[in-house]
Design a binder for this molecule. Structure first.
Ligand code: SF4
Length: 485
């Protein structure tokens, strides 16, 4: 009987087509054990989902405790009864099967949604609003497809409830980007077709070494195959798509190392789509390094390091000294975004931990990073970027700082954090050193509220409900350094 195609299969396919092949037909005895890190990610996802569901303030039907046919039957009944919100249902149509986290009634039909412990969009930054993630899109599209086939779809606009507490609509009929006018729905359809071919043995896949392999339970097995084939994807930055356009001409790292690249030249370009001559030469140099025994890293240019009276060193994503129970059940070492060190007595001494933040995140996201700064007992630097502000933005962010600082300080802790906040569109920034010394007798709640100009005692020094210009003046009068061009 042909296999039913699931959202999980689509997810795996977009991450790596070969993963789908191996999961369906591979020798399970060759799988690696699931890594502790992957387990941690699962735990994080499950905890987040539980937290979201626990916090729901609207009635819903919980089908989490059912599985298989019983789950499907109860989902059908709930849909027939017009239940507003169904959590953890199961829907089937033809050869498609889906278990969306949420099915929400919309008019006479339903739309599906998933709860994700990551951001609902990718590429979000100060210049871009971000776009749907393909691996979320294909899952939501499959649920929507099933709802359409069942005749109960309320539209191609499923949603994600993401880690930032947002509901993000995925408009499946919209183009994938300004450069690619094909809709997300057509992308889903082509992925579904490929998944179907793989499941029916009509499409062969190859492993390709990439960052995703580090989290995959086929890593050892694939790496052995890739090394045996001396596959081009062993060359850094040469991934599946480039390998696939080159493989008919260059079958291995050794072949690329020895090749005369002129044969691939066609006018100003190479015969390989999206691989220019410079890139090909770079890959060949890497292939030569990989093919020669005893190869070492080499300098491509002279580096002159200047003499400086003070030399500081930095490291990113540095493990904390203390353990934290921010997700899951086990306290674990966390990561600081950046740490600054000095070199002294033949060793590196950590001087400060830096946390980087953007926009106006949920309190819990601010709180977990404030906790790290406070409990590590090092100088901290909080560097926060805001795209723009209105009269409510600073008070909202500052309230979260105040809450977090109160939550994580204890009576005798001294705290040192340099707060730096940049407001991009306003083109100004502000800096002030939060230096709390418990021996000076002032309670932390009062100190913190005064620091952020939100003390209830003095309205003239309180930024709440004032316009942005007035807020700027108040901050300046309360020792915030305002930085302007
Ligand atoms: S190890 Fe890499 S190539 Fe192999 S299945 Fe996993 S992700 Fe794909």
């Amino acid at each position: 009987m042909p296999k039913k195609l699931s959202a999980n299969m689509l997810y795996n396919y977009v991450k790596c087509p070969h993963r789908l092949t191996l999961d369906l037909f591979g020798d399970y005895s060759k799988q690696d054990p699931i890594s502790v890190f992957v387990k941690l990610l699962w735990e994080k996802g499950t905890d987040f989902e539980k937290q979201v569901i626990k916090g729901l303030e609207i009635p819903f039907l919980d089908l989490r405790s059912y599985s298989g046919i019983e789950k499907e039957k109860r989902t059908k009944e709930a849909i027939n009864d017009g239940v507003e919100l169904i959590y953890s249902g199961r829907i089937i149509a033809g050869n498609l099967i889906g278990e969306p986290d949420l099915l929400r009634r919309d008019g006479d039909g339903y739309i599906s949604g998933d709860i994700k412990s990551g951001s609902g969009l990718e590429g979000e930054n100060d210049l871009s609003e971000g776009k749907p993630k393909l691996h979320y899109t294909v899952q939501l599209a499959l649920y929507t497809d099933i709802l359409e086939r069942l005749g109960i779809s309320a539209g191609r606009n499923p949603f994600i409830w993401d880690i930032h507490g947002r509901e993000i609509e995925y408009d499946l009929n919209s183009p994938q980007s300004t450069r690619n006018s094909k809709s997300w729905w057509s992308k889903y359809k082509s992925c579904l077709e490929e998944v179907s071919k793989i499941a029916n043995h009509d499409l062969k896949t190859l492993p390709a070494y990439s960052g995703i392999c580090k989290l995959c339970h086929w890593r050892t097995y694939c790496l052995r195959c890739l090394r045996k084939a001396n596959d081009l994807t062993l060359i850094p930055e040469l991934g599946r798509s480039k390998r696939d356009v080159m493989i008919n001409h260059l079958g291995s790292v050794a072949e690329l190392a020895q090749a005369n690249l002129n044969q691939f030249q066609k006018g100003g370009k190479t015969i390989f789509p999206r691989v220019g001559r410079d890139t090909l030469e770079k890959f060949q140099k890497r292939a030569i390094l990989l093919s020669k025994s005893g190869s070492k890293p080499y300098l491509k240019g002279q580096i002159t390091l200047p003499d400086a009276p003070t030399e500081l060193f930095f490291d990113i994503e540095t493990p904390t000294n203390k353990t934290y129970q921010q997700t899951g059940n086990t306290p674990l070492s966390a990561l600081s975004d950046l740490s600054i060190y000095r070199y002294i007595n033949n060793g590196y001494e950590k001087l400060a931990n830096v946390e980087l933040k953007a926009h106006n995140p949920a309190t819990k996201n601010i709180s977990k990073d404030i906790e790290k700064i406070v409990r590590e007992k090092k100088n901290g630097n909080w560097f926060h970027v805001l795209k723009n502000i209105n009269k409510g933005t600073l008070t909202s962010v500052f309230d979260k700082f105040i809450f977090s600082l109160k939550e994580h300080s204890n009576k005798d802790s001294d705290i040192s954090i340099l707060f730096c906040i940049c407001i991009l569109e306003k083109k100004w920034g502000m800096i002030k050193h939060f230096k709390y010394d418990s021996s000076l007798g002032k309670g932390l709640p009062d100190f913190t509220e005064e620091f952020f100009c939100l003390s209830k005692i003095s309205n003239s020094n309180n930024i709440r409900d004032k316009n942005v210009l007035k807020q700027k003046d108040i901050l300046k009068n309360n020792d915030w350094t305002i930085i302007e061009p």
